[in-house]
Design a protein around this ligand. Structure first.
Ligand code: SF4
Length: 103
């Protein structure tokens, strides 16, 4: 992981630890709902970390009865600790989660 990503990861972790309220609900049950969230994300400045976290519905812990986490998500790059969904493209910890989670 580059030092830039290390700094970004820390800023994100700090915002979440301070209790940033993010839109964890509603979870997108259909492709249409999923795409609608992507459309909202595309309207953000790619550097708008807070906006990505809020719209993405990030939490800094596993989520729901199934304890879903980034680690098992299809977008997670394990070795880079990075979310490869282009609309997010942020460093994330394996134990975190967001509502774009997919397998
Ligand atoms: S889409 Fe969400 S759950 Fe999946 S790796 Fe990215 S941040 Fe984690």
């Amino acid at each position: 992981m580059s030092s830039d990503n290390g700094a970004l990861l820390k800023s994100i972790a700090d915002m979440l630890a301070k209790g940033l309220e993010t839109q964890v609900e509603p979870f997108p049950e259909t492709d249409k709902e999923f795409s609608d969230i992507l459309i909202q994300l595309r309207q953000l400045d790619p550097k708008d970390l807070k906006g990505k976290l809020v719209i993405g519905g990030f939490v800094d812990h596993p989520y729901g009865p199934d304890k879903q986490r980034c680690l098992e998500c299809m977008y997670y790059l394990v070795h880079r600790k990075f979310c490869d969904l282009p609309e997010l493209a942020v460093p994330v910890e394996p134990e975190w989660w967001c509502r774009l989670w997919r397998i």
